[in-house]
Design a protein around this ligand. Structure first.
Ligand SMILES: Nc1ncnc2c1ncn2[C@@H]1O[C@H](COP(=O)(O)OP(=O)(O)OP(=O)(O)O)[C@@H](O)[C@H]1O
Ligand SMILES: [Mg+2]
Length: 291
Protein backbone atom coordinates (compact mmCIF):
# COMPACT_ATOMS: atom_id res chain seq x y z
CA UNK A 1 0.00 0.00 0.00
CA UNK A 2 2.74 2.45 0.97
CA UNK A 3 4.64 1.65 -2.21
CA UNK A 4 1.54 2.42 -4.18
CA UNK A 5 1.11 5.80 -2.45
CA UNK A 6 4.76 6.65 -2.93
CA UNK A 7 4.57 5.76 -6.60
CA UNK A 8 1.50 7.91 -7.03
CA UNK A 9 3.12 10.88 -5.32
CA UNK A 10 6.10 10.58 -7.58
CA UNK A 11 3.91 10.39 -10.64
CA UNK A 12 1.86 13.40 -9.59
CA UNK A 13 4.95 15.40 -8.84
CA UNK A 14 6.15 14.82 -12.37
CA UNK A 15 2.74 15.58 -13.89
CA UNK A 16 2.09 18.63 -11.80
CA UNK A 17 2.66 21.51 -14.10
CA UNK A 18 1.32 24.43 -12.09
CA UNK A 19 0.74 26.51 -15.21
CA UNK A 20 -1.68 23.95 -16.51
CA UNK A 21 -3.84 23.74 -13.42
CA UNK A 22 -7.41 25.01 -13.60
CA UNK A 23 -8.72 27.39 -10.98
CA UNK A 24 -10.83 25.49 -8.44
CA UNK A 25 -13.76 27.19 -6.73
CA UNK A 26 -16.08 25.72 -4.10
CA UNK A 27 -19.53 27.27 -3.67
CA UNK A 28 -20.64 26.94 -0.05
CA UNK A 29 -23.11 28.33 2.46
CA UNK A 30 -23.90 27.99 6.13
CA UNK A 31 -27.67 27.74 5.77
CA UNK A 32 -29.20 25.48 3.12
CA UNK A 33 -31.38 26.58 0.24
CA UNK A 34 -29.74 29.98 -0.26
CA UNK A 35 -29.04 29.46 -3.97
CA UNK A 36 -25.68 27.65 -4.25
CA UNK A 37 -26.72 25.23 -6.98
CA UNK A 38 -28.34 27.88 -9.14
CA UNK A 39 -25.29 30.11 -8.70
CA UNK A 40 -22.84 27.28 -9.47
CA UNK A 41 -24.66 26.30 -12.63
CA UNK A 42 -25.30 29.78 -14.02
CA UNK A 43 -21.86 31.07 -13.03
CA UNK A 44 -20.34 28.10 -14.90
CA UNK A 45 -22.36 29.05 -17.98
CA UNK A 46 -21.33 32.70 -17.64
CA UNK A 47 -17.66 31.68 -17.46
CA UNK A 48 -18.17 29.51 -20.52
CA UNK A 49 -19.66 32.48 -22.38
CA UNK A 50 -16.53 34.42 -21.43
CA UNK A 51 -14.51 31.82 -23.32
CA UNK A 52 -13.45 29.69 -20.34
CA UNK A 53 -13.58 25.90 -20.31
CA UNK A 54 -15.53 24.84 -17.24
CA UNK A 55 -16.13 21.60 -15.34
CA UNK A 56 -19.00 21.72 -12.87
CA UNK A 57 -18.84 19.13 -10.11
CA UNK A 58 -21.90 18.34 -8.03
CA UNK A 59 -20.54 17.65 -4.57
CA UNK A 60 -23.78 18.08 -2.67
CA UNK A 61 -23.60 14.92 -0.63
CA UNK A 62 -26.55 12.65 -1.21
CA UNK A 63 -28.68 15.53 -2.52
CA UNK A 64 -26.98 16.48 -5.76
CA UNK A 65 -29.52 18.10 -8.02
CA UNK A 66 -27.79 20.17 -10.67
CA UNK A 67 -28.86 17.66 -13.32
CA UNK A 68 -32.46 18.45 -12.41
CA UNK A 69 -31.76 22.18 -12.82
CA UNK A 70 -30.42 21.43 -16.31
CA UNK A 71 -33.12 18.94 -17.27
CA UNK A 72 -30.48 16.27 -17.85
CA UNK A 73 -30.54 12.67 -16.68
CA UNK A 74 -27.15 11.64 -15.39
CA UNK A 75 -26.50 8.01 -16.22
CA UNK A 76 -23.34 7.90 -14.18
CA UNK A 77 -22.35 9.74 -11.03
CA UNK A 78 -19.08 10.09 -9.16
CA UNK A 79 -20.12 7.13 -6.99
CA UNK A 80 -19.96 4.84 -10.04
CA UNK A 81 -16.31 5.73 -10.44
CA UNK A 82 -15.59 3.38 -7.56
CA UNK A 83 -18.40 0.89 -7.82
CA UNK A 84 -18.31 0.19 -11.54
CA UNK A 85 -14.62 0.89 -12.17
CA UNK A 86 -15.42 3.50 -14.78
CA UNK A 87 -12.96 6.18 -15.78
CA UNK A 88 -13.64 9.83 -15.15
CA UNK A 89 -14.24 10.40 -18.85
CA UNK A 90 -17.23 8.02 -18.62
CA UNK A 91 -18.74 10.35 -16.02
CA UNK A 92 -18.43 13.58 -17.97
CA UNK A 93 -21.78 14.88 -19.13
CA UNK A 94 -22.11 17.57 -21.76
CA UNK A 95 -24.01 20.39 -20.09
CA UNK A 96 -25.48 23.51 -21.68
CA UNK A 97 -23.29 26.03 -23.52
CA UNK A 98 -20.17 23.91 -23.56
CA UNK A 99 -19.83 23.23 -19.83
CA UNK A 100 -18.96 19.72 -18.66
CA UNK A 101 -20.62 18.26 -15.63
CA UNK A 102 -20.05 15.44 -13.14
CA UNK A 103 -23.10 14.37 -11.17
CA UNK A 104 -23.01 13.83 -7.42
CA UNK A 105 -25.53 11.06 -7.06
CA UNK A 106 -26.46 9.30 -3.88
CA UNK A 107 -24.34 7.54 -1.33
CA UNK A 108 -21.73 10.22 -1.80
CA UNK A 109 -21.36 10.77 1.92
CA UNK A 110 -18.48 8.36 1.76
CA UNK A 111 -16.56 10.37 -0.79
CA UNK A 112 -14.77 12.27 1.93
CA UNK A 113 -13.85 9.03 3.67
CA UNK A 114 -12.38 7.07 0.80
CA UNK A 115 -9.86 4.38 1.54
CA UNK A 116 -6.36 4.86 0.22
CA UNK A 117 -6.85 2.89 -2.96
CA UNK A 118 -10.04 4.73 -3.90
CA UNK A 119 -8.71 8.17 -3.12
CA UNK A 120 -5.63 7.48 -5.20
CA UNK A 121 -7.85 6.35 -8.03
CA UNK A 122 -9.93 9.53 -7.75
CA UNK A 123 -6.87 11.79 -7.75
CA UNK A 124 -5.38 9.84 -10.62
CA UNK A 125 -8.58 10.18 -12.62
CA UNK A 126 -9.01 13.88 -11.84
CA UNK A 127 -5.48 14.49 -12.97
CA UNK A 128 -6.37 13.10 -16.40
CA UNK A 129 -9.08 15.67 -17.06
CA UNK A 130 -8.09 18.74 -15.05
CA UNK A 131 -5.72 20.02 -17.69
CA UNK A 132 -8.64 20.39 -20.09
CA UNK A 133 -10.27 23.11 -17.97
CA UNK A 134 -9.74 26.71 -16.96
CA UNK A 135 -12.17 26.42 -14.04
CA UNK A 136 -13.57 23.61 -11.91
CA UNK A 137 -16.61 24.65 -9.88
CA UNK A 138 -17.70 22.49 -6.94
CA UNK A 139 -21.28 22.88 -5.76
CA UNK A 140 -21.06 21.84 -2.10
CA UNK A 141 -23.72 20.83 0.39
CA UNK A 142 -24.81 23.34 3.03
CA UNK A 143 -23.02 23.48 6.37
CA UNK A 144 -19.58 22.55 7.45
CA UNK A 145 -17.96 19.59 9.14
CA UNK A 146 -14.45 18.35 9.68
CA UNK A 147 -14.48 16.23 6.54
CA UNK A 148 -15.74 18.69 3.98
CA UNK A 149 -13.77 21.62 5.43
CA UNK A 150 -10.56 19.70 4.75
CA UNK A 151 -11.70 19.12 1.21
CA UNK A 152 -12.28 22.89 0.93
CA UNK A 153 -8.66 23.44 1.88
CA UNK A 154 -7.72 21.95 -1.50
CA UNK A 155 -9.57 24.76 -3.30
CA UNK A 156 -8.04 27.90 -4.76
CA UNK A 157 -11.05 29.97 -3.76
CA UNK A 158 -14.36 29.70 -1.92
CA UNK A 159 -17.59 31.52 -2.74
CA UNK A 160 -19.73 31.97 0.38
CA UNK A 161 -23.41 32.45 -0.43
CA UNK A 162 -25.95 33.98 1.92
CA UNK A 163 -29.30 35.71 1.74
CA UNK A 164 -30.01 38.93 3.67
CA UNK A 165 -31.83 36.92 6.36
CA UNK A 166 -30.11 37.17 9.76
CA UNK A 167 -30.08 33.38 10.17
CA UNK A 168 -28.37 32.88 6.81
CA UNK A 169 -25.85 35.64 7.61
CA UNK A 170 -24.92 34.21 11.00
CA UNK A 171 -24.57 30.73 9.46
CA UNK A 172 -22.35 32.14 6.71
CA UNK A 173 -20.23 33.83 9.38
CA UNK A 174 -19.94 30.54 11.32
CA UNK A 175 -18.90 28.70 8.16
CA UNK A 176 -16.17 31.29 7.49
CA UNK A 177 -15.02 31.14 11.10
CA UNK A 178 -14.67 27.37 10.81
CA UNK A 179 -12.78 27.67 7.52
CA UNK A 180 -10.42 30.26 9.01
CA UNK A 181 -9.59 27.88 11.87
CA UNK A 182 -8.12 25.58 9.23
CA UNK A 183 -6.74 28.13 6.81
CA UNK A 184 -6.66 31.85 7.47
CA UNK A 185 -5.28 32.65 4.03
CA UNK A 186 -7.71 30.94 1.67
CA UNK A 187 -9.46 33.53 -0.54
CA UNK A 188 -13.14 33.98 0.33
CA UNK A 189 -15.68 35.74 -1.88
CA UNK A 190 -19.07 36.86 -0.59
CA UNK A 191 -22.27 36.64 -2.62
CA UNK A 192 -25.63 37.78 -1.35
CA UNK A 193 -28.62 36.19 -3.07
CA UNK A 194 -32.34 37.02 -2.94
CA UNK A 195 -31.82 40.65 -1.93
CA UNK A 196 -34.88 42.93 -2.18
CA UNK A 197 -32.81 45.57 -3.92
CA UNK A 198 -29.22 46.44 -4.67
CA UNK A 199 -28.73 48.61 -1.60
CA UNK A 200 -30.06 45.96 0.82
CA UNK A 201 -27.70 43.47 -0.82
CA UNK A 202 -24.68 45.78 -0.63
CA UNK A 203 -25.43 46.61 2.99
CA UNK A 204 -25.55 42.92 3.87
CA UNK A 205 -22.25 42.31 2.12
CA UNK A 206 -20.51 45.29 3.69
CA UNK A 207 -21.68 44.41 7.18
CA UNK A 208 -20.63 40.80 6.85
CA UNK A 209 -17.25 41.81 5.42
CA UNK A 210 -16.77 44.20 8.34
CA UNK A 211 -17.66 41.59 10.97
CA UNK A 212 -15.32 39.04 9.41
CA UNK A 213 -12.52 41.60 9.35
CA UNK A 214 -13.14 42.61 12.95
CA UNK A 215 -13.61 39.21 14.57
CA UNK A 216 -11.77 36.82 12.28
CA UNK A 217 -9.10 39.31 11.15
CA UNK A 218 -9.76 38.15 7.65
CA UNK A 219 -10.12 40.24 4.50
CA UNK A 220 -12.86 38.87 2.24
CA UNK A 221 -13.81 39.99 -1.27
CA UNK A 222 -17.30 41.24 -2.02
CA UNK A 223 -18.35 39.59 -5.26
CA UNK A 224 -21.87 40.70 -5.94
CA UNK A 225 -25.58 40.97 -5.28
CA UNK A 226 -28.24 38.78 -6.86
CA UNK A 227 -31.76 40.06 -6.45
CA UNK A 228 -34.79 38.04 -5.49
CA UNK A 229 -36.44 37.25 -8.81
CA UNK A 230 -39.35 34.91 -9.48
CA UNK A 231 -37.62 33.99 -12.74
CA UNK A 232 -35.42 31.64 -10.70
CA UNK A 233 -38.37 29.50 -9.55
CA UNK A 234 -39.79 29.51 -13.07
CA UNK A 235 -36.46 28.46 -14.59
CA UNK A 236 -36.11 25.72 -11.95
CA UNK A 237 -39.62 24.41 -12.76
CA UNK A 238 -38.74 24.58 -16.42
CA UNK A 239 -35.50 22.71 -15.71
CA UNK A 240 -33.42 25.27 -17.50
CA UNK A 241 -30.61 27.46 -16.12
CA UNK A 242 -32.04 30.97 -15.67
CA UNK A 243 -29.37 32.50 -17.92
CA UNK A 244 -30.82 30.46 -20.78
CA UNK A 245 -34.48 30.46 -19.72
CA UNK A 246 -34.64 34.23 -19.27
CA UNK A 247 -31.52 35.97 -20.58
CA UNK A 248 -33.05 39.42 -20.12
CA UNK A 249 -34.29 38.88 -16.55
CA UNK A 250 -32.82 40.93 -13.70
CA UNK A 251 -31.27 37.82 -12.16
CA UNK A 252 -29.46 37.01 -15.43
CA UNK A 253 -28.07 40.53 -15.63
CA UNK A 254 -26.98 40.30 -11.96
CA UNK A 255 -25.23 37.02 -12.63
CA UNK A 256 -23.35 38.28 -15.69
CA UNK A 257 -22.24 41.36 -13.71
CA UNK A 258 -21.06 39.11 -10.90
CA UNK A 259 -19.08 36.97 -13.35
CA UNK A 260 -17.52 40.04 -14.96
CA UNK A 261 -16.59 41.37 -11.54
CA UNK A 262 -15.01 38.02 -10.69
CA UNK A 263 -13.00 37.87 -13.91
CA UNK A 264 -11.84 41.48 -13.44
CA UNK A 265 -10.62 40.66 -9.92
CA UNK A 266 -8.97 37.53 -11.28
CA UNK A 267 -6.98 39.51 -13.78
CA UNK A 268 -5.56 41.88 -11.20
CA UNK A 269 -1.77 41.65 -11.20
CA UNK A 270 -1.52 40.69 -7.52
CA UNK A 271 -4.11 37.99 -7.77
CA UNK A 272 -2.86 34.50 -6.89
CA UNK A 273 0.40 35.80 -5.52
CA UNK A 274 0.06 33.48 -2.53
CA UNK A 275 -0.97 30.40 -4.42
CA UNK A 276 1.84 28.06 -5.22
CA UNK A 277 0.30 24.69 -4.55
CA UNK A 278 -1.90 23.04 -7.13
CA UNK A 279 -5.30 21.57 -6.47
CA UNK A 280 -4.03 18.06 -7.04
CA UNK A 281 -1.18 18.46 -4.57
CA UNK A 282 -3.59 19.81 -1.97
CA UNK A 283 -6.16 17.11 -2.64
CA UNK A 284 -3.45 14.54 -2.39
CA UNK A 285 -2.49 15.93 1.00
CA UNK A 286 -6.12 15.70 2.07
CA UNK A 287 -6.68 12.13 0.93
CA UNK A 288 -3.32 10.45 1.12
CA UNK A 289 -1.53 12.16 3.97
CA UNK A 290 -4.40 13.77 5.82
CA UNK A 291 -5.42 10.74 7.82
N1 LIG B 1 -32.40 34.94 -6.69
C1 LIG B 1 -33.46 34.17 -6.39
N2 LIG B 1 -34.72 34.68 -6.47
C2 LIG B 1 -35.78 33.94 -6.15
N3 LIG B 1 -35.71 32.66 -5.74
C3 LIG B 1 -34.49 32.09 -5.63
C4 LIG B 1 -33.31 32.81 -5.95
N4 LIG B 1 -32.26 31.98 -5.76
C5 LIG B 1 -32.77 30.81 -5.33
N5 LIG B 1 -34.11 30.86 -5.25
C6 LIG B 1 -35.03 29.80 -4.78
O1 LIG B 1 -34.36 29.00 -3.85
C7 LIG B 1 -34.38 27.65 -4.25
C8 LIG B 1 -33.13 26.95 -3.80
O2 LIG B 1 -32.05 27.31 -4.64
P1 LIG B 1 -30.78 26.35 -4.78
O3 LIG B 1 -31.21 24.96 -5.02
O4 LIG B 1 -29.87 26.98 -5.77
O5 LIG B 1 -30.18 26.50 -3.31
P2 LIG B 1 -29.01 25.63 -2.63
O6 LIG B 1 -28.27 26.57 -1.74
O7 LIG B 1 -28.25 24.90 -3.66
O8 LIG B 1 -29.85 24.60 -1.74
P3 LIG B 1 -29.28 23.32 -0.97
O9 LIG B 1 -28.62 23.87 0.29
O10 LIG B 1 -30.49 22.53 -0.67
O11 LIG B 1 -28.31 22.66 -1.89
C9 LIG B 1 -34.60 27.69 -5.76
O12 LIG B 1 -35.23 26.53 -6.23
C10 LIG B 1 -35.47 28.90 -5.93
O13 LIG B 1 -36.82 28.54 -5.70
MG1 LIG C 1 -27.77 22.85 -3.84
Amino acid sequence: MMDQAAALRKKLASLNNEQDQPKTIAVISGKGGVGKSNLSLNFSIALSRAGKKVLLFDMDIGMGNIDILMGITAHHTIVDLFEDSLTIKDLLIKGPEGIDYIAGGNGLSNLFKLDEKKSEYLIDQLQIVLHDYDFVIFDMGAGMNEENVKFLMAMDEIFVVTTPEPTAITDAYSAMKYICMFDQAIPLYLVVNRAENESEGMQTLKRLKQVVLQFLVKEVEVLGVLLDDKTVQKAVSHQEPFLIYAPKAVISKNLLDLCKNYLDKNNEPNHDKNQHTSFISKLQRFFVRGR
